[in-house]
Design a binder for this molecule. Structure first.
Ligand SMILES: Cc1ncc(COP(=O)(O)O)c(C=O)c1O
Length: 376
């Protein structure tokens, strides 16, 4: 007979460690959201003001330079990224980089839907491909932070400053967690549901000047649904970047994003990044103290500080499922099983909306869940 492992005393106060939708910011309460814009037209004076305010707050919090436009679009991060692919690709050769499930999804779109015959460069979960080998005469598709593998690009130094192609960054679990070099980014997309702890449904599309030039000078050969259209009569639809959305947004999701962004602003310029770094460091200490836990992304320079993916000694899918179920039943940690396509392991979100004390409280609970799941 094995001893029953003892339950630790202290629980994370907010056991929300999902990698999307992610924990709400500390202090969030639906009763604290502004609601005057609800039940009103999003094209009313107030509706447009709130959408514009949301855009302005995002620009400020991201430190986005005036060279880049930022707009709210349908379809969460997927909608924003596909909008970019569908409207801008096809003019020149394409390289698609994939090191986890979402990057692989963009490869599938480029190959099977757009039939672009891209140069595909892959790496195993936890690894990155040779970024120095990227040919910047191509348009380049990549994921800044691989949410399902815990591997991220270290910085933007590998993106050629004099590139002919465009850089397309799926940056959904990277924005607000890393300093992004906007001069190297022609297109970036994200959704509020990740580092901001906001809602899905809407995507955010960021366009640099070279992306705008592409949009205004190139028309793809395939049809574009209305929700993807960024250009009217050969000119960028500028209204979109001032809050005139293509179709009806959820003003509740917008108000929720505004609340998170105001919280972010209250933390100061590097506040979100500092919180994420502290969380990732706390989790790292937990991993270092345990021989049975490891990082799926071994190199700290390319390891995510938001979606941290962990290996568990001797684990298969069933063991991870049991661990995650035990932690959930105890309300000690929700949604910590790795992504379904990734090698079996744990994934702990360390983005800014998580409190460091809660990450710290997780260590003994992971021990308990591992011992209990193994004994079962
Ligand atoms: C890197 C990456 N890309 C795309 C997506 C899809 O995001 P959404 O569901 O917001 O469209 C996710 C969601 O987890 C992601 O992590």
């Amino acid at each position: 007979m094995t001893d029953t492992p003892t339950r630790p005393g202290l629980k994370p106060a907010r056991p929300f460690f999902s990698s999307g939708p992610c924990a709400k910011p500390p202090g969030w309460d639906p009763a604290r959201l502004a609601t005057a814009s609800l039940g009103r037209s999003h094209r009313s004076k107030l509706g447009k003001q709130r959408l514009k305010y949301c855009i302005d707050l995002m620009r400020e919090t991201l430190g986005l330079p005036d060279t880049h436009r930022i707009g709210i679009v349908p379809g969460s991060d997927t909608g924003a990224y596909e909008m970019a692919m569908w409207t801008m690709l096809g003019q020149r050769p394409v390289t698609a980089l994939a090191w986890e499930s979402f990057g692989e999804g963009w490869v599938t779109d480029a190959v099977k839907q757009l039939k672009l015959d891209p140069h595909v460069v892959r790496a195993e979960y936890g690894q990155l491909p040779d970024l120095q080998a990227v040919d910047w005469s191509h348009d380049v598709l990549f994921t800044w932070n691989g949410t399902t593998s815990g591997a991220r690009v270290p910085n933007g130094d590998w993106i050629a400053p004099d590139r002919q192609g465009l850089s397309f960054a799926d940056a959904t679990s990277a924005v607000f967690a890393y300093d992004l070099p906007w001069d190297r980014i022609d297109v970036a997309t994200f959704s509020w549901q990740k580092v901001l702890g906001g809602e899905g449904a809407h995507g955010v599309l960021i366009l640099g000047p070279r992306a705008v030039e592409r949009l205004e000078s190139y028309t793809p050969p395939w049809p574009l649904p209305k929700v993807f259209r960024l250009v009217a009569k050969g000119k960028l639809a500028e209204g979109l970047f001032a809050g005139e959305t293509i179709n009806t947004p959820s003003m509740l999701a917008v108000e929720d994003a505004i609340w998170s962004l105001e919280w972010a602003r209250s933390l100061g310029p590097r506040g979100l990044i500092a919180r994420s770094d502290a969380n990732a460091a706390a989790l790292d200490r937990i991993v270092e103290e345990r021989a049975w836990l490891g990082h799926l992304a071994p190199d700290p320079a390319t390891r995510s500080r938001t979606s941290v993916c962990l290996t568990v000694e001797g684990a298969d899918e069933a063991l991870i499922k049991r661990m995650a179920a035990l932690l959930e039943a105890e309300h000690a940690a929700y949604d910590v099983a790795g992504y379904r396509d990734a090698p079996p392991g744990l994934r702990i979100w360390c983005g800014a909306t998580v409190d460091t004390a809660d990450v710290e409280a997780l260590g003994p609970w992971l021990d308990w869940a591992y011992a209990t799941a193994k004994a079962a």
